[in-house]
Write a protein that binds this ligand. Structure first.
Ligand code: TYD
Ligand code: MG
Length: 462
């Protein structure tokens, strides 16, 4: 059967199908299938009938892993401790790192700062911008502390072939490509940013990077939902995928590894955006605890940022609503988890909020994407609803963590010991957690009861 002249590819996940559909059958995204014309004369994929005609290749002899020579290459330090830690100790020569994040989060700022440090350390660097003019990049560099950024060589170019030729000529040790979606390969008919383009751009850059052992930081944009748009098809190709998260209007941002061939994905770095660039926040817990309000609706959550515990304040506001259905607004948390927590509060703790607007917020723009935040959301909402402040011993903020089960039980979450240790570091002890309280009802009874200087034993509920 002749192959159709065009194919429909999903711009989110890269799935290809012969027919157009409103919704991608692979990832379920709407309106993402885009038609691509197959280049004429392109050889077809391996067809069953041709398998017999395929030339036979010579076999190779497998080797035991112990006999494989593995040279540990020196890493290139970006001079930004938090970024180096997330990378697993710095950039690996010849590797491709994809840095994804929403527009305005600070990707260009972070990569410029990294290049500035590398450049100051005597490394050959190159900043390829396909988004901004050289003058715009200079204006940003001028704002950054230290002034090293002005020494970084830049090119403002959108044509892939020109960029590849420049890389061959300059052979930088570290290169930033900002962004993978705005570079354009002239041989392909599709628009810049389409799946075919993004794939081609990344694959070509990878070849050059591997050949000359350049470390490349590819910047990629993400969709409103936080997924890497288009670049999702790159996740298999690159060695490391970093996600830059946080809210643009807020000061705190986190970088975490979602994939890392040269290190663990348990690391996360916290940054603060200032007038003169991004600054590492070395003890974020201390700041958030000191800033916690201790008013009704506020509680401290012992969260995990990768393998590092982080104390953050979760705030809730409950007010009577004129809307049907009432408002449910979350920031820094998963909206569906709030729906679940409200349902469990209503069903198992007698706190029904069907006629109230509920707002929940993680302070400082931190995003907490783990079920361990459930209990904090429940306690903050209950405290706001009852207009009772939650305070721990000695008037300090109350700390908690734990997942909520659908039957109202508290479920254990990973790294309980590290979370507890972090809370104790700030004198937030004891902590309301699945280790001491089995149900949400018990946790509420304990935390909403008026507390004096001494503390009652944790209530064990049935
Ligand atoms: P930018 O790095 O351009 O974001 P991205 O490349 O991810 O789109 O920077 C984002 C915002 O940060 C920008 O709106 C201005 C602000 N900013 C500062 O507050 N301080 C600074 O020193 C810099 C360079 C930017
Ligand atoms: Mg940018």
């Amino acid at each position: 059967m002749p192959r159709p002249a065009s194919v429909f590819a999903c711009s989110a996940c890269g799935h290809e199908s012969a027919r157009w559909a409103g919704r991608c059958p692979a990832c379920g995204e709407w309106n993402t299938l885009v038609e691509h014309v197959r280049p004429a004369g392109r050889p077809d994929g391996p067809a069953r009938g041709r398998a017999a005609a395929r030339p036979r290749a010579a076999a190779v002899t497998p080797v035991a892993l112990a006999d494989v020579e593995a040279v540990e290459h020196a890493r290139l330090s970006t001079g930004i401790g938090e970024l180096d830690a997330v990378l697993g100790g710095g950039l690996v020569p010849g590797s491709l790192v994809l840095l994804g994040g929403a527009p305005g989060i600070g990707k260009s700022t972070l990569t410029t700062m990294a290049l500035a440090n590398l450049c100051a350390a005597g490394r050959r660097t190159l900043y390829v911008s396909a988004e901004e003019s050289a003058a715009q990049i200079r204006l940003r560099a001028q704002r950054l502390a230290g002034g090293d950024a002005l020494a970084v060589p830049v090119i403002a170019e959108t044509d892939l072939d020109t960029v590849l030729a420049t890389l061959e000529q300059e052979r930088p040790e570290v290169c930033v490509v900002d962004s993978v979606q705005t570079l354009h390969c002239a041989q392909l008919s599709s628009a810049a940013g389409s799946v075919a383009q993004v794939r081609e751009v990344a694959a070509e850059i990878m070849h050059v990077a591997k050949r000359w052992r350049m470390a490349v930081l590819l910047v990629g944009h993400v969709t409103k939902e936080g997924a890497l748009a288009g670049p999702r098809v790159l996740e298999h190709l690159v060695d490391c995928v970093l996600q830059f998260e946080g809210e643009r209007e807020r000061t705190y941002r986190t970088v975490r590894a979602v994939k890392n061939r040269f290190g663990s994905t348990n690391q996360a770095g916290v940054f603060e955006m200032r007038d003169d660039g991004l600054v590492e926040v070395l003890d974020a817990s201390a700041r958030f605890v000191a800033e916690a309000t201790r008013s009704p609706g506020s509680v401290v959550l012992c969260a995990m940022e990768g393998s590092r515990p982080l104390l953050v304040e979760v705030q809730a506001l409950v007010s009577s609503s004129e809307l049907v259905p009432p408002r449910r607004v979350v920031s820094g948390l998963d909206r569906n988890r709030l729906a679940l927590v409200l349902a469990v509060l209503g069903r198992h703790a007698g706190i029904g909020l069907g006629a109230a607007d509920v707002f929940v917020n993680v302070v400082g723009g931190v995003r907490v994407d783990e079920p361990g935040a459930d209990l904090a959301v429940a306690l903050a909402v209950a405290s706001a609803g009852r207009r009772t402040a939650l305070t721990g011993d000695g008037g300090r903020p109350l700390a908690c963590f734990g997942e909520l089960g659908l039957t109202g039980e508290l479920r254990t979450v990973a790294h309980a010991d590290r979370r507890l240790a972090e809370a104790r570091r700030f004198g937030l002890d004891p902590v309301i957690a699945p280790e001491s309280h089995r149900t949400l009802r018990a946790a509420l009874a304990e935390s909403l009861s008026p507390r004096g200087g001494s503390r009652a034993e944790p209530a064990q509920a049935a």
